[in-house]
Design a protein around this ligand. Structure first.
Ligand code: PLP
Length: 381
């Protein structure tokens, strides 16, 4: 294998996440800050970004929001989900989709995740459905997707809404369809740490005109269509603005090289660990082209160390690492909604999973150095 040199500075600058910003982004943002205030320009970048982002996903409509958590909240509220309804989340994902269920006053029910794709397990989903179930939110964690055919079928049979939380799956393609194409609506995040960033930002994409109009109406306070200073219904102030959207549009126009870099990072890690047995990485195969937002590994039981200890050893070397998503039902605000049967896969995968640095400025020597540290711990204890 090639030898790599690494400086102290390269070690210090080795970060978990971060964007790729070029002259294009700077020029778009400069234009927005100079010109994006008057007349027809007031929402120019927002509308262009929404339109182009929806088009990229072969969706009819896009609606930008201040972040993805808000997008999920707005989706549930616009669907009329409220107190007395159940919404099924997967046990391991970022908390946003579960929090959104609480914001509308509905009850969280958690389904287990699958060993195969770390996303919602369809067999567990079936067991969690009852008369109160109104919606299912699947999260495409780490760019993986669940078994969509089965999940779509289950939702149709039971007449429940399917919502896709695609925050981590920009650029993933599942059997020829982009992540963000599934269900009544999909939600994306443009957080500072995401593949495409606007600092903070989110987007809803959908094909349903009526639903889109309803979300748009509620996004801006529920204003009357003709007299915009009168309010017809209690809505939200979830409006985006040109400065964020201009950055988003520039990033969208550079999406190919950005995703190529994410996939390059993923390929390097996989290659550096190719001599190690029993390590599962994000899914990437003929059925799933992974956008590789964050390279994640689940170590096999043969290694006599769990993720918690491994992460502490990595931190002791002055290096960053991030845990796999913790089971949400184990956390305080959600504890009482912990699913009855327990979600064993979720607890097991969490205990063996970790996310590796995937910032867009990472260099090969940093990835090599980082991987060698983990390999040494795994091999020599
Ligand atoms: C799966 C998932 N859903 C939702 C979110 C929430 O995104 P935001 O931070 O834009 O609200 C995130 C971001 O961390 C995420 O990873």
């Amino acid at each position: 294998m090639k030898k790599f040199n690494i400086s102290k500075k390269d070690i210090q600058n080795l970060e978990m996440s971060g964007p790729s910003i070029s002259k294009t982004e700077i020029n778009y943002v400069l234009d927005a800050v100079k010109n994006g205030w008057y007349g027809r320009n007031k929402y120019y970048y927002v509308e262009k970004f929404e339109k182009d982002f929806a088009k990229y996903h072969n969706r009819k409509y896009g609606l930008m929001t201040p972040n993805c958590t808000v997008a999920l909240h707005l989706i549930l509220h616009s669907l009329g989900i409220s107190k007395g309804d159940n919404v099924i989340n997967q046990e391991c994902t970022w908390v946003a989709s579960a929090a959104a269920v609480k914001y509308v006053g509905a009850q969280n029910i958690f389904a287990d995740i699958s060993y195969d794709n770390w996303c919602m397990d369809e067999n567990s989903l079936i067991k969690r459905i009852n008369k109160k179930t109104k919606a299912v939110i699947v999260s495409d964690v780490y760019g993986n997707l669940p078994n969509m055919e089965k999940i779509i079928k289950i939702c149709k049979q039971n007449k429940i809404y399917l919502i896709e939380d695609s925050a981590e799956a920009l650029g993933s393609i599942y059997k020829g369809k982009k992540a963000g194409s599934f269900g009544i609506a999909s939600a994306f995040s443009f957080h500072r740490t995401k593949t495409l960033t606007t600092g903070e930002g989110g987007m809803i994409v959908t094909d349903n005109k009526q639903f889109y109009e309803r979300c748009k109406f509620l996004r801006d306070q529920g204003r009357n269509k003709k007299q915009s200073y009168l309010i017809d219904e209690l809505g939200f102030k979830f409006m985006p603005f040109n400065l964020q959207a201009s950055l988003g549009l520039a990033q969208l126009n550079r999406l190919k090289p950005i995703i190529d870099k994410k996939r390059w990072i993923f390929a390097k890690y996989k290659n550096f660990f190719s001599d190690m047995k029993d390590i599962q990485f994000n899914k990437d195969n003929k059925n799933l082209y992974n956008g590789c937002w964050a390279t994640t590994m689940v170590i096999g039981k043969r290694y006599k160390i769990n993720a918690k200890k491994l992460m502490s050893r990595i931190n002791n070397k002055g290096l960053p690492v991030r845990p796999f998503f913790a089971p949400i039902g184990s956390m305080k605000p959600f504890y009482y909604s912990k699913s009855k049967n327990g979600n064993k896969n979720s607890y097991d995968i969490f205990s063996r999973g970790l996310t590796l640095p995937s910032a867009l400025n990472l260099k090969e020597n940093q990835l090599y150095y980082y991987s060698s540290i983990i390999k040494d711990i795994l091999k020599n204890g």
